[in-house]
Design a protein around this ligand. Structure first.
Ligand code: OOB
Length: 542
């Protein structure tokens, strides 16, 4: 790993993690080969009427890897992957893992602002999409991206490829020469950070560190060959990918079922027909499922575990999950940067509903500190810092940001405000980072502010969260208009969309104001803005 691009663990830590057996030298490509060898005929992936056994997934991954190599894609190359929940996603993932090329995980909701940036910033050689999904034509997005990023050599399309390369044709190509795969200490992929900065940060994860978190997650979640996992969240998000997610299921030899949409009328029939045993959702979805289950005719009795995470799940809603859905609730408090906490399946009912669980590893170091980085006594809420065998030591190509996002001795500043209970579980109490958690979808305030500032009718802007019963939080932009201007919210939203910002980042509310409240040092007081919203909501004036 190149330390300037992606800071790794100091050698003494790496040696310790290897010695403890956390990093065992296996790559994801090898993990799949191992499974295909042990249980070739078990079903690995189900996408509608299509099924892949482990042998088929393994063979297709090899064929696609060959095809990518024939295009000249090599170890260390970056490939931006933006696919919906379809079976090809896993073929491609393992093909890239085997080549040692790094997928950069984009979400289906991303548009030109995000994709253009990922391609440019990572110097990606290829961009992989489905022709269309959810009423959106990704090939049109690819037209814009290729025009703006000349270094992008290939656009690969699952479905109607138009002027681009058909994904299907990859399997027919043959590479010449022997491919040398990656080693386990190499980077496996770049994952997106929820972020709080003007440009999204990328998270470099190695085979060794990620696979450790996957293996332990599978064990904690008690996955076996009989586990059937439904992917309802976007497949490339860290939660459904590795906590324990699809990779945990592949490790255990179970079956991954892809849901094209998380809506109960799509997910519930799949749970019934495929006898799904475990799935992962964000809090608003859990609420929607609870509501739908009251009247649903579907048989959900196969479902044993419902994981909820990505944003704070209210205790009130958490209490309903067990009795109303007949499942064990598991709370998951994780982050793509590393640390993942789980309530354990045999925890008491109170722990399950009132905490966000405890870390995966005995070597996950947790510090809860005040604003001067002084450790606080157990039970006091404070800033969560963490370091460990699967938590990164720095973002990809972000030396300046890393200096403030990590402590000098390598602890990641999560930006989460937590407290630890007597028995060692974490409770998320709030957030110190400048981010809006919109029902699990993370919006970096500064990123939206920068886009709004590009509008000439905007003099200044402050983006903050506002409370919401369903999503937990929504986004509110306070705008000071440029002199003489009176921009309409709808015009500003259209402006953001035209700049290619993903829909989920568009402010839910835009308020024009004459000035911002300020802190004693003269900065915009976002706390005061949030308080003003809460008070106005109480008076029903917002
Ligand atoms: C997951 O990962 P990210 O990277 O999208 O977001 C991480 C952030 C955390 O720092 C925290 O602010 C928030 O999301 N968060 C939660 C939470 N789970 C995540 N806040 C309160 N309660 C929870 N249960 O969101 C993620 C990654 C792996 C597994 C699960 C979630």
């Amino acid at each position: 790993m190149n330390a300037a691009e992606a800071p790794g663990w100091p050698e003494e830590f790496a040696a310790r993690y290897r010695e403890a057996g956390y990093w065992n030298g296996q790559t994801f490509g090898e993990l799949l080969a191992d499974r295909a060898h042990r249980s070739p005929d078990r079903v690995a992936v189900i996408d509608g009427t299509r099924r892949w056994t482990y042998r088929e997934l393994d063979e297709r991954a090899n064929a696609i890897a060959d095809g990518l190599a024939a295009l000249g894609i090599r170890r260390g190359d970056k490939v931006v992957v933006q696919l919906p929940n379809i079976g090809e996603y896993y073929e491609l993932l393992f093909a890239l893992f085997r080549l040692g090329a790094l997928p950069v995980f984009a979400l289906p909701a991303h548009r030109f602002a995000e994709i253009g940036y990922f391609c440019e910033f990572t110097e990606a050689v290829a961009y992989v999409i489905a022709d269309r999904h959810g009423g959106f034509r990704y090939t049109e997005l690819a037209d814009k991206v290729t025009a703006a990023v000349p270094g992008l050599r290939h656009v690969i399309v699952v479905g109607e490829a138009g002027p681009y390369l058909a994904y299907e044709s990859l399997a027919a190509k043959r590479a010449t020469g022997v491919l040398s795969g990656p080693s386990a200490s190499d980077l496996a992929f770049l994952q997106l950070s929820g972020g709080s900065t003007g440009t999204p940060k990328l998270i470099p994860r190695t085979h060794d560190d990620y696979l450790y978190s996957v293996r332990e997650s599978a064990r904690i979640c008690e996955l076996t060959e009989d586990s059937i996992y439904l992917v309802v969240l976007p497949a490339a998000h860290n939660f459904p990918m590795s906590s324990p997610g699809s990779l945990g299921v592949f490790f255990a030899g179970g079956t991954v079922v892809l849901a094209p949409s998380p809506a109960p009328d799509v997910a519930f029939p799949l749970i019934e027909s495929e006898r799904v045993t475990i799935t992962a959702v964000v809090p608003p979805l859990a609420l929607a499922w609870l509501r739908a289950a009251e009247t649903s005719e579907n048989d959900l009795s196969s479902l044993r575990v419902l994981q909820v995470g990505g944003a704070k799940f209210s205790e009130e809603a958490a209490r309903r999950v067990g009795p109303e859905l007949g499942v064990t609730l598991q709370q998951v408090f994780g982050m793509a940067e590393g640390l993942v906490n789980y309530t354990r399946l045999d925890d008491s009912g109170d722990v399950l509903v009132s905490t966000q669980g405890r870390p995966i590893s005995p070597d996950d170091e947790i510090r809860i500190v005040d604003d001067e980085d002084r450790d606080l006594p157990r039970g006091t809420e404070g800033n969560l810092l963490t370091r460990g065998p699967y938590t990164i030591r720095g973002y990809y190509r972000a030396a300046e940001h890393n200096a403030s996002a990590f402590t000098e001795d390598g602890f990641y500043r999560t930006g989460d405000v937590v407290r630890m209970t007597e028995e060692g579980n974490l409770v998320v109490e709030g957030r110190a980072k400048d981010q809006i958690n919109r029902g699990g979808e993370k919006v970096a305030a500064e990123e939206v502010e920068n886009h709004l500032l590009a509008n000439e009718a905007v003099h200044d802007v402050a983006v903050v969260s506002m409370p919401d019963d369903f999503l937990g939080e929504r986004t509110c932009a306070f705008v000071i208009p440029a002199s003489g201007a009176e921009p309409k919210p709808v015009t500003l939203r259209r402006f953001l969309r035209e700049r290619g910002l993903a829909d989920y980042k568009l402010p839910d509310r835009i308020r024009l104001v004459a000035e911002f409240p300020s802190t004693p040092v003269g900065k915009v007081s976002k706390a005061a803005l949030r308080r003003a919203i809460t008070e106005a909501l109480r008076r029903k004036e917002f």
